[in-house]
Design a protein. Structure first.
Length: 241
């Protein structure tokens, strides 16, 4: 990524952060213009049922419904090698400013997204069983990341609700081991002597709980709310006395 594109990406992050609300995407972005690039993203980040059931699929994060500022920040971190992933480094470094905006607009959470009653996050077998009891160790995570019913505390903090449990476990361990760098998360994940602050069983329970939450991240874009048909409009119309 060139220095000029880095400066422009920094400007994009600032513009997103100044938008009203915690997680509104930039408006007016022509995503169709960048359909080829978005199709490349969809290969991994819009998995079908079989792909979601695979280990590789569950180690790849779901992005639909994620915070736009966080998405843009993550792309910048990959491009500048602050986050280490052999494939994403090259992808992010090759994105133009317009492509970054298109990716953020495509995956970022829409303004006031419709929530279907009773829908649960469809990430893996854990999510299909519905929300689990809140683990005690998840309380400090909820304070920053929210819990599906509440958004994260800041625009650059990722949504965890509905995310693949295996991905969440791997991300936490990456912070503990130093291969993924963030001052706040490294302080949370890395204990004395460089050991993770959560043992395997506790970490697995926290990750499974976040994966089980409804109204979180999704494998596909949420369809727009359907317009009411003529019959339903008529039923809601005021009746004359």
């Amino acid at each position: 990524m060139s220095g000029r594109v880095r400066v422009r990406l920094a400007g994009l992050l600032g513009a997103l952060a100044l938008q009203p609300g915690l997680a509104q995407p930039a408006s007016g972005i022509d995503t169709a213009r960048h359909a080829e690039r978005l199709a490349l993203c969809a290969n991994c980040h819009e998995p079908g049922p079989a792909q979601r059931a695979s280990v590789d699929g569950q180690m790849t994060p779901l992005l639909h419904g994620q915070q736009p500022v966080y998405l843009a920040s993550a792309l910048a971190d990959y491009a500048q090698r602050r986050r280490d992933h052999f494939f994403m480094r090259g992808i992010a470094a090759g994105l133009t400013e317009g492509e970054v905006q298109a990716v953020v607009a495509h995956f970022g959470r829409p303004v006031a997204p419709p929530r279907a009653a009773g829908r649960t996050a469809g990430t893996d077998g854990v999510a299909a069983r519905g929300p689990l009891s809140v683990p005690a160790a998840a309380q400090s995570c909820i304070a920053c990341h929210g819990d599906g019913s509440r958004p994260p505390a800041a625009a650059d903090v990722p949504v965890l609700a509905g995310q693949h449990a295996l991905y969440l476990q791997r991300a936490f361990l990456a912070y503990a081991q130093g291969s993924r760098r963030n001052a706040v998360m490294q302080a949370q994940a890395r204990g004395d002597g460089g050991q993770p602050t959560l043992d395997d069983a506790t970490l697995s329970g926290v990750a499974a709980w976040f994966a089980s939450l409804p109204d979180g991240l999704r494998a596909e874009a949420e369809p727009p709310a359907a317009a009411p048909d003529a019959a339903s409009r008529a039923s809601r119309a005021p009746r004359r006395p």
